[in-house]
Design a protein around this ligand. Structure first.
Ligand SMILES: [Zn+2]
Length: 381
């Protein structure tokens, strides 16, 4: 776990935070321009010299290797990433490889030799500017090779976890509404999938439920009005909890599908998750009712339904209905696009299904059949 600082304005401490590790920082930012002047001032005040790498779009192995080559000899003391999940994952991977200097392809899961990571990692500080991936609390960096032969795979090691996470909800004020919607649904999906995961535990269940409660109350208000400070704090908190939980429990079928979807098509991660989560939940519920009616995740889903409806007295069936109603309602209200908007056709479904059984699918509460996974896609095609 990183040391966590949470609250409006904590971004101004970034320079002092970086200075605890040394005087030379590599700043990794995303494609969107951020109000850098304020942050540069924070580094200057702390007498930290910064070099800067910009990562547009989701990071590829080539981009990571290029940054590592460029700064391998630069005596960087600390890597600071400021941005969405892409910038944070890029910073995490670069911090991991800056000292060893080898290609990230040697460590990517399911790609190449999968050599164990030996380190050492340069200290890494994460400042998320969106509320979605929870990357500031996780040990994996997701890298994307896009295209027909594409993949989305993780570079994963405990040593990659950020030393510090500075979570400032005020970054969300300037986040585009479509990004707030997609990332908010990603956080919500990560909380829900952690809560029902085959590796769920009491600690994560408590955190996930609190995150789901915050998301219930903050997701739509934030989408409707990013100047709502309470909603910003609620979603930033839900997102942070989602990262803490998923690092312990793994995820489920939605993230299993998001991986090939994001590799083969230019669909943002949160959009893929948000558009699929309602139907994926429906499929998990019906598969367990049919094949494993005693499965504990059935009660876990009912617990979330009662939380979303804010009615503790609901029967199991009523609670499941309330859960699905709310998920479909958010899918509509947040205008999450169908898969066809990103170039996916029905002919692509078999290939997506065939590539969906990565690490996330392994912790789905029930093993799904190919036709069930295909049905999740079909409803949102
Ligand atoms: Zn996610």
């Amino acid at each position: 776990m990183p040391r966590i600082a949470f609250g409006a304005g904590v971004r101004s401490t970034v320079g002092a935070c970086a200075a605890r590790y040394g005087r030379r920082a590599l700043l990794v930012t995303g494609g969107a321009s951020l109000r850098a002047a304020e942050l540069e001032q924070s580094f200057a005040t702390a007498e930290v010299h910064i070099e800067q790498v910009q990562i547009a779009d989701e990071p590829s192995p080539d981009q990571i290797d290029a940054a590592v080559r460029a700064y391998h000899q630069a005596d960087i003391d600390v890597v600071v990433a400021i941005g969405g999940g892409s910038a944070l994952d890029a910073g995490k991977a670069i911090a991991g490889l800056l000292r060893p200097g080898n290609s990230v392809l040697e460590h990517l899961e399911g790609v190449g030799p999968e050599r164990p990571y030996q380190g050492p990692a340069v200290p890494f500080v994460a400042l998320p500017t969106t509320a979605g991936t929870g990357s500031e609390a996780t040990k994996n960096a997701v890298l994307s090779q896009r295209g027909a032969e594409g993949y989305k795979k993780s570079f994963r090691d405990e040593a990659l976890v950020a030393r510090d996470a500075l979570v400032d909800p005020d970054f969300l004020q300037t986040c585009p509404r479509s990004v707030l919607a997609a990332n908010g649904m990603d956080a919500l999906t990560q909380l829900l999938e952690s809560f029902v995961s085959t590796r769920s535990n009491r600690l994560c269940a408590a955190l996930a439920l609190d995150g789901l409660k915050q998301a219930r109350d903050a997701l739509l208000p934030l989408y409707e009005d990013p100047s709502n400070a309470e909603a910003r704090a609620g979603m930033a908190y839900a997102s942070l909890l989602s990262g803490i939980c998923l690092a312990q429990t793994g995820l489920g079928s939605v993230h299993g599908l998001a991986s090939p979807l994001g590799a083969f098509f230019p669909i943002p991660h949160g959009m893929a998750c948000g558009t699929l989560v309602a139907k994926a939940t429906d499929i998990n519920l019906s598969a367990m009712q049919q094949r494993e009616p005693e499965h504990p995740a059935l009660e876990a889903y009912a617990t979330v339904g009662r939380l979303f409806a804010n009615e503790q007295g609901l029967s199991r069936q009523e609670a499941w209905d309330a859960l699905l109603d709310r998920l479909w309602d958010w899918t509509q209200s947040l205008q999450l696009q169908r898969l066809s908007a990103w170039g996916v056709t029905s002919a692509d479904h078999p290939r997506i299904v065939a590539n969906s059984r990565g690490s996330s699918m392994k912790t789905n509460p029930i093993v799904l059949r190919d036709e069930e996974i295909a049905a999740i896609l079909a409803v949102r095609q």
